[in-house]
Design a binder for this molecule. Structure first.
Ligand code: THU
Length: 134
């Protein structure tokens, strides 16, 4: 279970990351923050490139940031945008989340209007191909 306080802390970290997004092409800023099994908060933002296809989403940068710091197990991830319609993780990010999170983990989308949506990873990526399949 994620507490209200943990969720608020993750939202704040995702919002700070959102402000650092490099999104000059789409102008669509995204921030993400994850809670690791060890209780640390890690964040990431989307980083676009003039060669558009090299863009990396906030969720994947957030997870990579944790891996760089030696953490590979996570409890939850929060995606922050300032869109009225909450932003769900893209397909590629769902696959990367499934590499490191249990399928029963919650994924949250939040925005500046205090709207929130929660999914279980198993809902976002049913019948996922995971390390257990190898
Ligand atoms: N984006 C994310 O960072 N996460 C998602 O789950 C959806 C899309 C980014 C990629 C690109 O920089 C911009 O949003 C528009 O697609």
């Amino acid at each position: 279970m994620i507490t209200k306080e943990q969720l608020a802390q993750l939202k704040q970290a995702a919002k700070v990351a959102y402000q650092n997004a490099h999104a000059p092409y789409s102008k669509f800023h995204v921030g993400a923050a994850a809670l690791t099994e060890e209780g640390n908060v890690v964040a990431g933002c989307n980083v676009e490139n003039a060669s558009y296809g090299l863009t990396v989403c906030a969720e994947r940068n957030c997870i990579a940031n944790a891996v760089v710091n030696g953490e590979k197990q996570f409890r939850t991830i929060v995606i922050y945008t300032e869109q009225e319609k909450l932003t769900p993780p893209c397909g590629a990010c769902r696959q990367v989340i499934a590499e490191f999170f249990s399928m029963s983990s919650s994924v949250f989308a939040v925005n500046h209007l205090d709207n929130i949506k929660e999914w279980k990873l198993s809902e976002l990526l049913p019948d996922a191909f995971t390390p257990d399949d190898l």
